[in-house]
Design a binder for this molecule. Structure first.
Ligand code: 13P
Ligand code: SF4
Length: 302
């Protein structure tokens, strides 16, 4: 059955001149099917340069929206329209307008995990792979305001000399992980290195040996001479980690690190999307052009 869907998808992909992008947290079958897998920054870059006519974005809504912002002439599909991001929903454009009124002249650095309308009210976007570089790029500003993730903001603040104000959003999956979980995992696997995503709480990051975006963690697992790792991020990443490093061992920092939104997409959804070119993600032009400014500024800096 899965094999049937796979075959059908590959044929339809050719017919439609489509490219399949998948985030590192997607289910294993989707990652294995994708033309390109990556973190938010890599997928944004791919979305900016692809010459495919159709982009099938296996991820969550804000990612497909970013692809639509960068590719107004292309058909951008999110196979599951119900795949959202609770953190992105924790801030609205009206909140941004209030922040700007309260902090005139302060650059607003918005994590790509946000809606197009929120990006449109921001000075620049960032991802977990480039937040430090983006914040440092404001040479004349002593203070920046980061939205919506408090944990990414605090992590970035610890690595720059800027004063970083921030919104109180968080990723419910990463935020649930506590220092206690890391202590427990270390007790079970004392030889393992702890790798963590900056969406985790400070108390978790302080215990980590290495903090990076999902693709940064993948590179580290590959290049490191260590043989075992405790992984403090969404568990979808274990699939590429194990595939790329069959001789190494990877342990979840906690079994609950599963993002239900990232796990919604299945092969049938992708086949249906390619057949019907639905559900399509579009961004109203007056929002798209303003959001594009913030995304392009980020891509120039990083
Ligand atoms: P990165 O893949 O950019 O590290 O982002 C993680 C994430 O939370 C995506 O939802
Ligand atoms: Fe959003 Fe967290 Fe899921 Fe990423 S892992 S999509 S930040 S809820």
């Amino acid at each position: 059955m899965a094999e049937d869907s796979r075959e059908r998808i590959l044929q339809l992909k050719k017919d439609r001149q489509a490219i399949i992008l998948a985030h590192n947290y997607q289910p294993a079958a989707i990652q294995d099917l994708a033309d390109i897998t990556g973190d938010s920054l890599e997928l944004s870059r791919q979305a900016a340069t692809t010459d495919a006519r159709v982009i099938i974005f296996c991820g969550v809504h804000f990612m497909a929206e970013t692809a639509a912002i960068l590719n107004p002439g292309k058909i951008v599909i999110l196979p599951r329209s119900d795949a959202g991001c609770p953190m992105a929903d924790m801030i609205t454009p009206a909140d941004l307008i209030t922040i700007k009124r309260e902090h005139p002249g302060v650059p607003i650095v918005t994590y790509v995990n946000s809606s197009a309308a929120v990006k449109a009210e921001s000075t620049v976007c960032c991802t977990s792979a480039n937040s430090i570089k983006v914040v440092e790029s404001f040479e004349d500003a002593e203070t920046v305001y980061m939205t919506p993730d408090q944990n990414l903001a605090m992590y970035t603040a610890r690595h720059t000399r800027k004063r970083v104000l921030y919104w109180h959003g968080y990723c419910p999956i990463h935020h649930r992980l506590r220092a206690e979980d890391i202590h427990l995992a270390r007790k079970e696997h004392p030889e393992a290195m702890v790798v963590a995503h900056p969406e985790c709480r400070q108390e978790v990051l302080e215990l980590a040996d290495f903090v990076k975006s999902t693709s940064g963690m993948l590179r580290y697992a590959m290049e490191s001479s260590h043989e075992s790792f405790i992984v403090a991020t969404e568990l979808g990443i274990l699939h590429p980690m194990r595939k790329q490093n069959p001789a190494k061992r990877f342990y979840p920092a906690a079994e609950f690190l599963i993002c239900p939104d990232m796990k919604r997409t299945n092969l049938k959804d992708v086949a249906f999307s390619l057949e019907t070119l639905q559900p399509r993600i579009t961004v109203p032009e007056h929002i798209r052009v303003r959001a594009l400014g913030a995304v392009e500024r980020m891509l120039t800096i990083s």
